[in-house]
Design a protein around this ligand. Structure first.
Ligand code: ATP
Ligand code: MG
Length: 392
């Protein structure tokens, strides 16, 4: 029998609301393991213990568990009787399965202080048994308390001792869904997937919206946005991606609006449409990848004028980050390679060489007064293409 033992991240701090967080985590866990039949789940102090079916490959289980926001770390453990000889046998089996490790240590914790030996005594007794077994097999394996290649963890819980080949890092944050539901504006570029990921990590369940100028340009940005949304769906098991055709709106703006205001006007339409789509799905916040001063549309003035058109609050988790920090995060997240594929972003269409960097709300409103704003928004919302994404 094998168990996933997850240790809560910030959940542990949530006091009397803890059960809500644990419930959300459990349901997210069932969702990312939906293709397997998981056994019982139970809470045990600051941990969640889940029975895994034997057919799940250990690496697959580890990969899936690493997607779960809300876990500080986790291990894949086997339970044995609370008996030091049984613990030694399992620890030896783990050491034998990791014969290439040249060094190891045992790390025991007792959630139940009723056990006869204390943690240090367990470390020593089990460590000596593992070492002896290696010597008997003429395998070189030394004890290294500081920097071991293999850590054998022993957790003494009330019902059994759980033994594992170490703890693996969890995804941190809060379980997706616990803080609400939002819509991320996903461009196909580097920044917006990083922004979305950061908000999911703070417990926000996201839908995605992408604006494209197909057929004025190729379908590349749509394909990129779809690929990025699929990647992000791994963290929440299900997503809705809304693909919005933006070319007609852009033609109107180009035909009737002042040239320097084009980008700001595009953006105001985007946030209007996104807010209208949010209303349909019950989302309460918009998420963008804007970063202060990064490009002309991201000056304080322009961001303020853009936000004014949004019927919902906008959050910009990258607003204070440098581009190179965002790039590092995109690489770590695994979205960078997709994001740098060439495409033609809809906002680069018909953009003047010197766009307005300090848009003035009165001028913007005057420019919009000649447009059928509500009809344009309603048309785009009505024609939005809905793509349902699912993981696994
Ligand atoms: P990104 O790398 O996310 O594209 P960027 O540095 O290219 O960001 P902009 O193009 O100014 O910045 O876009 C700012 C934000 O506006 C994006 O992070 C995204 O949230 C939103 N956005 C821009 N273009 C689109 C689009 N075509 N579809 C959906 N959202 C978009
Ligand atoms: Mg962009």
């Amino acid at each position: 029998m094998r168990y996933l033992i997850g240790r809560y991240h910030e959940i542990a701090l949530k006091g009397r609301n803890q059960w809500r967080f644990v419930d959300q985590l459990k349901s997210n866990l069932r969702a990312v393991f939906a293709d397997f039949k998981l056994g019982a789940m139970r809470g045990e102090g600051p941990r969640l213990i889940v029975e895994l079916p034997e057919e799940i490959d250990e690496e697959v289980a580890a990969e899936r568990a690493a997607l779960l926001f809300g876990l500080q770390n986790f291990s894949l453990s086997r339970p044995v009787a609370r008996d030091i000889e049984a613990i030694k046998r399992e620890a030896i089996a783990i050491a034998r399965a990791h014969r290439s490790a040249r060094s190891f240590r045992v790390r025991a914790t007792r959630a139940d202080k009723g056990f006869a030996l204390n943690s240090m005594e367990i470390d020593q007794a089990v460590g000596a048994a593992v070492k002896d077994d290696a010597v008997k097999d003429a395998v070189e394996l030394k004890v290294d308390l500081e920097n071991p290649a293999l850590v054998i963890t022993v957790e003494i819980l009330p019902d059994a001792a759980y033994i594992a080949a170490g703890k693996r890092p969890g995804a941190g944050g809060l379980p997706v869904g616990i803080t609400g539901h939002g819509i991320a504006l996903l461009s196909g570029g580097i920044d917006s997937p990083v922004a979305a990921h950061r908000m999911m990590r703070r417990g926000l369940r996201l839908d995605f919206v992408h604006f494209h100028s197909h057929p004025l340009v190729s379908a590349a940005s749509r394909e990129k946005a779809t690929e990025l949304a699929e990647h992000l769906t791994r963290y929440q098991a299900r997503s809705t991606l809304m693909l919005v055709a933006f070319a007609d709106i852009q033609r109107e703006i180009v035909a009737r609006g002042p040239r320097p205001l084009r980008v700001v006007l595009y953006r105001r339409f985007m946030v209007r449409i996104a807010a209208a789509l949010a209303r349909r799905s019950g989302a309460r916040v918009l998420v963008t990848g804007e970063s202060l001063g990064q490009v002309a549309s991201q000056t304080l003035e322009n961001m303020t004028v853009i936000e004014e058109a949004a019927a919902l609050p906008m959050v910009r988790p990258l607003v204070g980050m440098d581009k190179n920090e965002i790039v590092d995060q995109a690489r770590a997240l695994g979205t960078f390679e997709t994001s740098i594929q060439p495409d033609q972003d809809c906002c680069s269409l018909f953009v003047p060489p010197h766009p307005e960097t300090h848009a003035n709300l009165d001028e913007v409103r005057a420019a919009e007064s000649v447009l059928e704003v509500e009809t344009m928004v309603a048309d785009a919302v009505r024609k939005a293409e809905i793509v349902r994404l699912k993981f696994p």
